[in-house]
Design a protein around this ligand. Structure first.
Ligand code: ADP
Ligand code: MG
Length: 275
C-alpha cells in the first residue's frame, strides 16, 4: 500500500522503539528473577545493564533473545510481537560456550549468514565477503583460518561481534563480555562495538564496571529484579538509585567528575536509603 508522505499521520513519524518491554515478570520455580519490568529502548542506543549478582541481568537478556520463557508481560521488537528472523544476535557468557568445538574463526562468522542464506545452500561469494569484512572491522582479519579455541578470550568475544555484523543483526545482546579480560582486550571489545554502533545496531550489554557503563554507553539500566532506573549514567547513578540496586553491599565515593563509585563490600552498612 502506497502512503503519500503528505498524508503520513503524526503517529507514524514518532520512532518505534527497538524493544518495548511491558510488565515483564520471569519466575523460576522458587525465585522471581524479574518483577514487572517495563522499559522502552530506542533503536541504535547502546545500553549497559548493571546490578548485583542474581539481579536478573542474564535472565533479561535470555528473555529478550527468546531463550527464556516469560511468566507474564510482553516484549515487542520494533513494534512487532515477534522479532524478525536473524535480527537478534545473542552472545552468552564465555563460560557457557564450548571452545573446543572444532571450527575456524571464519566458519563461526559465516554461521551468522546461515539464517539469511538457508541451511542447505552454500555461502556465496557475497556471504564470504561480508564475513571477511566483518572480521576486518573487529580487527581479526589475520585470524580467519585459526581454530576458535586457539584465540584469547577477548578475541573470541570479537569473533561473535563479527558474526553479529555478518548476520546484519539489529539487536545485539551480550552477557558480561568483559569478565576475565585484561584492559587492552576490553578496549578492543569497545572498539569492535563501535563498528556495530556505526551500523545502527541496538546493543544491550550486562556489565559489572560502573565507570565503563558511564563512559561507553548511552544509557544504563539499573536492575535488581525490578527496574530501578533507566537513564544516561549521570542521571541514573544517584545515591538513592545505587542503594536501591546494590543494597547493603555498598560504599559510595564521590569522584572527580561527580560520578559515584561503588565497591562491593561495605564497612559500615547504612539503614535503608540513608547515605
Ligand atoms: P544475574 O545475571 O544478574 O546474576 P540471573 O538472571 O542469572 O542474574 O539470576 C537471577 C535469579 O534467578 C538468581 O536468583 C538466580 O539464582 C535465579 N536463576 C537464574 N537462572 C535460573 C534457573 N535456570 N533456574 C532457577 N533459578 C535461576
Ligand atoms: Mg548473569
Amino acid at each position: 500500500m502506497a502512503v503519500s508522505s503528505l498524508t503520513t499521520p503524526a503517529a507514524a513519524t514518532t520512532t518505534v522503539p527497538a524493544l518495548a518491554i511491558r510488565h515483564l515478570t520471569v519466575r523460576y520455580r522458587q525465585t522471581e528473577a524479574l518483577s514487572d519490568v517495563s522499559v522502552d529502548i530506542q533503536a541504535g542506543e547502546q545500553i549497559a545493564i548493571v546490578g548485583p549478582n542474581g539481579a536478573g541481568k542474564s535472565t533479561l537478556l535470555k528473555a529478550i533473545a527468546g531463550l527464556q520463557p516469560i511468566t507474564s508481560g510482553e516484549i515487542r521488537f520494533f513494534g512487532a510481537e515477534q522479532a524478525e528472523p536473524n535480527t537478534i544476535a545473542y552472545v552468552p557468557q564465555r563460560l557457557q560456550v564450548d571452545w573446543r568445538f572444532p571450527v575456524s574463526v571464519s566458519d563461526v562468522v559465516l554461521m551468522g549468514r546461515v539464517g539469511r542464506i538457508g541451511l542447505l545452500r552454500r555461502p556465496s561469494r557475497h556471504d564470504r565477503l561480508l564475513a571477511q569484512r566483518a572480521l576486518e572491522r573487529v580487527g581479526l582479519a589475520a585470524f580467519a583460518n585459526r581454530q576458535i579455541g586457539q584465540l584469547s578470550g577477548g578475541q573470541q568475544q570479537r569473533v561473535f561481534l563479527a558474526r553479529a555484523l555478518a548476520q546484519e543483526a539489529r539487536l545485539l545482546l551480550m552477557d558480561e563480555p568483559l569478565v576475565g579480560l585484561d584492559i587492552p582486550s576490553q578496549d578492543e571489545i569497545f572498539r569492535a562495538l563501535a563498528a556495530l554502533r556505526a551500523e545502527g545496531v541496538t546493543i544491550l550489554t550486562a556489565l559489572h564496571d560502573l565507570q565503563q557503563a558511564a563512559r561507553y554507553f548511552d544509557r544504563v539500566m539499573l536492575l535488581n529484579r525490578r527496574l530501578i532506573a533507566y537513564a544516561p549514567a549521570r542521571e541514573a547513578f544517584t545515591a538513592a538509585n545505587l542503594v536501591a540496586t546494590y543494597g547493603g553491599h555498598l560504599h559510595l565515593l564521590s569522584s572527580g567528575d561527580g560520578l559515584l563509585t561503588v565497591a562491593d563490600t561495605c564497612c559500615n552498612p547504612t539503614p535503608d536509603g540513608a547515605v
